[in-house]
Structure formats: structure tokens, C-alpha cells
Design a protein around this ligand. Structure first.
Ligand SMILES: Cc1cc2nc3c(=O)[nH]c(=O)nc-3n(C[C@H](O)[C@H](O)[C@H](O)COP(=O)(O)O)c2cc1C
Length: 400
């Protein structure tokens, strides 16, 4: 299997999604909140350039992290927003540059819920919480009822400007993941309790999005294998959720894990040397006919090939590796097989790794990656300063 021909075949074989659309190979660029929108929810030239680079690099599918359908609940002020304020010409340009070479580009439709960025939001989640570093109010039944419509409108908007699919974000502790997680969800009204009840809003969102975009448009979903926290979503419950998703019209289930919760590690901070969720995704494949993508910890071509060739997943998602080398798919799909060089950081700073990779995405978007040399504290400083500035812009743009 590990001969070069086997390598190439496992990675190169196109994947037909249940809706009939084809992903041209088995490598996806996982969603990363790139912080490259303009502070008013619209794309910048640097953002379009970044996704163009990934498309030129041979990737089958790029996911844009954290694209909001409701400006009131963003993850960060550098998020894109699909709504009445949107500049559709700029969105069209982004989608067009991101699809060169038949790459797919799907926005990850988000709602940060309890984790909405406090300077520009009043966070609300499934249940009210008051913890150090996490305060939020509870969504009312009427607000929950409106959610499927919000996702459906955003999906239709995405389709109308040329995006080729959408991913519904139900991972990493953002709103739909909060509903799935007993840590965030203490409701007793039919949206909380058993895993079936915690999954209900997710299924309602999928149904409404499908109604809006029609049967031929790809809909993916990202879900946690586990929250990796005591009291959070367990692997057993996640497998049950995947069984339920298997009975819907979703086209791709992207397995990740980890939750942004006070004191928790981000899934991009994983210290283990190998891919994190391949064991779980193998179990997910046993209960799902919907294609499975697995993301997290892939650093070498052999790891991706093994996951695909042994049937643990149908497609491999890469985040940090694609920030280090936008041409990675072309390298892995041809004979060269070059693996990316991951940086070793000499200090640790909370949020530092994410900030460093985010600032690297900016460098890629402005074609300055060859001179990018930030240490972690400087990356955090630049990232925070830019966000502070954008919060002011966001407030102004969305104040009326
Ligand atoms: C800078 C950065 C931003 C990220 N933003 C998102 C995001 O917006 N949505 C999401 O689901 N995951 C996000 N992630 C997590 C990645 O998609 C991925 O799950 C994680 O980095 C592990 O994969 P990797 O080992 O290939 O990096 C982000 C990761 C990084 C490094």
C-alpha cells in the first residue's frame, strides 16, 4: 500500500458526494478563521488571494472558517458575514478566485453562541452560563425557532454568489456544538437532555438549509468526536449524532474535536504527534454512509494515505499544514511527497499558536510569506491590535 502508486491512488481518486457533486481528490483545506474580512463582514483582496493560492495548490475543497449569517453573534471581527449588508460583488470575486482548477469553496456557516466575541456581541447560548471567562444569556424558544431560517438564508446567499457548497459548523464549542454538549446545554424543553434532543436543532437546520439550496448543492457539517472535557459531548453520544446525521441529506461529515471552554485546549494546540481523530472516524464510518472527512494532526503524506487507504475516512482535512504550504496537495499528489516543516516555538503563550497561524494566513494573502518571522508574543500582539481596531469598524458598520 505504501508504494508510490498506492499513495497517489488513495489521494487522487475523486470523491462523489451524495448530491452528485465531485471533489477532485481526497485533500481538503480545513476551516480556519482567517481574520481577513474587512471588519465589516466583507472579503478583502488578501482573502481572495489566499483562497486562490490554495486552489492553485491543488486542493479539492477549501472551507472558509466562521462565516456568519447573523452579525450579532460573530466569533471575531474579521469574520465574513452573509446578510443584507454584504457586498455581493466582492463575495463573487472571492468565490471565483477560490474555485480555479475546479476547487470547491464552501463557507463554514457559524454562530458563535455563548462564545460570541463580547466587544461586538451579547453572547447567547442554549443555557445561561456565568463562569470566569464565559458569560452568556439563554436563547428563548422563539430565538431557537428562528435559527434554521438564519442558516438557510446564509446558505442560499452563499449559493447565489458562487460558493459551491456550505459547511454547517457544529464543532469546537460554537452554537450548534453548544446544543450538542451537556456542558453548555441544560435545557428541558425538547432541545436538551438526551442526545436525540440535543441534536434536534442541528437536524432542523440541515432540513431548512436543504430546502433552501435544493438537492444538488453540497451541504457538509463539522462535528466533534468529543469535546475532550469532562461533562462534555462523549464519543458515544457523538456516534449517535452521526447515526442521526446519516439519515439526513448531508453530503460530508467532518470529524474534529475539542471545545473552546474556559481552560480547554484548542484542537489546533494538540501536542500529540499523530492524527488525533482517525480511530473515531473509523468508527464513524461504520455507522455512516455519508462520506467522512477527518481533520486534526495530519503532518505527513503517509498519515493521510493510511487514513484513506485503510478506510478510516473518505477525505483528509488539513489546517496548519496548508498554512505552512499552500501547494501541499500538488506536492502530495505528485511524486515529490514533500511534507511541511512545522515550526517549533520556544515559548508558550495562551492563544499564541492560533495567533501565529492566523498572522501567517495574512502574510500568505499579501504574498509576504517568505519574510514572515513572528515570534508568538508578537503574533498575539499584532492579532489583538488588529481585532481591537476592527471591533470599532464592526460596531459602526452594523449599528443601523
Ligand atoms: C488559525 C486557525 C484558525 C482556525 N479556525 C477554525 C474555524 O474557524 N473553524 C473551525 O472549525 N476550526 C478552526 N480551526 C481548527 C482547524 O480547522 C483544525 O481542526 C485544527 O487546526 C486541527 O487540524 P490541523 O492539525 O490540520 O491544524 C482553526 C485552526 C487554526 C490553526
Amino acid at each position: 500500500m505504501n508504494d508510490d502508486k498506492g499513495h497517489l491512488e488513495a489521494l487522487r481518486t475523486p470523491l462523489e458526494l451524495p448530491c452528485g457533486k465531485i471533489l477532485k481528490n481526497r485533500l481538503a483545506k480545513s476551516p480556519m478563521s482567517d481574520s481577513l474580512a474587512d471588519g465589516e463582514g466583507n472579503p478583502t483582496g488578501a482573502q481572495a488571494r489566499l483562497y486562490e493560492k490554495w486552489a492553485e495548490g491543488g486542493v479539492a475543497l477549501s472551507l472558509i472558517g466562521e462565516v456568519q449569517g447573523d452579525y450579532r453573534f460573530p466569533e471575531k471581527p474579521g469574520n465574513l458575514v452573509l446578510g443584507p449588508h454584504s457586498n455581493d460583488d466582492l463575495l463573487r470575486k472571492l468565490a471565483s478566485r477560490a474555485t480555479v482548477g475546479d476547487a470547491h469553496i464552501w463557507p463554514q456557516l457559524g454562530h458563535a453562541g455563548a462564545l460570541s466575541h463580547p466587544p461586538i456581541s451579547r453572547p447567547k447560548g442554549p443555557s445561561s452560563l456565568s463562569l470566569e471567562g464565559l458569560q452568556c444569556a439563554e436563547l428563548s424558544p422563539a430565538e431557537i425557532k428562528d435559527l434554521p431560517d438564519m442558516y438557510a438564508k446564509a446558505a442560499l446567499h452563499a449559493k447565489s454568489v458562487g460558493f459551491t457548497g456550505v459547511q454547517i459548523h457544529a464543532g469546537h464549542g460554537f452554537l450548534l456544538s453548544q446544543f450538542l454538549s451537556p456542558l453548555f446545554n441544560h435545557r428541558a424543553d425538547g432541545y436538551g437532555g438526551s442526545i436525540e434532543a440535543r441534536c434536534r436543532i442541528v437536524l432542523e437546520v440541515i432540513a431548512k438549509v436543504r430546502d433552501a439550496v435544493g438537492s444538488l448543492f453540497p451541504i457538509g457539517i463539522r462535528i466533534n468526536s468529543t469535546d475532550q472535557l469532562e461533562g462534555g459531548l462523549t464519543e458515544t453520544d457523538s456516534l449517535e449524532a452521526i447515526r442521526l446525521l446519516n439519515a439526513t441529506s448531508v453530503d460530508l461529515i467532518d470529524i474534529s474535536g475539542g471545545t473552546y471552554f474556559p481552560g480547554a485546549k484548542a484542537s489546533s494546540d494538540g501536542a500529540s504527534s499523530g492524527p488525533y481523530f482517525v480511530g473515531f472516524s473509523r468508527r464513524a464510518k461504520e455507522v455512516s454512509n455519508v462520506p467522512i472527512m477527518v481533520t486534526g494532526g495530519f503532518k505527513k503524506r503517509d498519515q493521510a494515505v493510511d487514513a484513506l487507504a485503510t478506510g478510516a475516512a473518505d477525505i483528509v482535512g488539513l489546517a496548519r499544514a496548508m498554512a505552512l504550504d499552500t501547494e501541499l496537495p500538488n506536492h502530495w499528489l505528485t511524486g515529490s511527497g514533500e511534507d511541511p516543516q512545522f515550526p517549533r516555538f520556544s515559548s508558550t503563550v495562551p492563544g499564541g499558536v492560533t495567533a501565529w497561524f492566523t498572522m501567517r494566513l495574512t502574510a500568505l494573502g499579501i504574498d509576504r510569506e517568505s519574510s514572515f518571522e513572528l515570534d508568538l508574543p508578537s503574533a498575539v500582539q499584532e492579532y489583538d491590535e488588529r481585532d481591537a481596531q476592527r471591533c470599532l469598524q464592526w460596531q459602526k458598520a452594523f449599528s443601523h
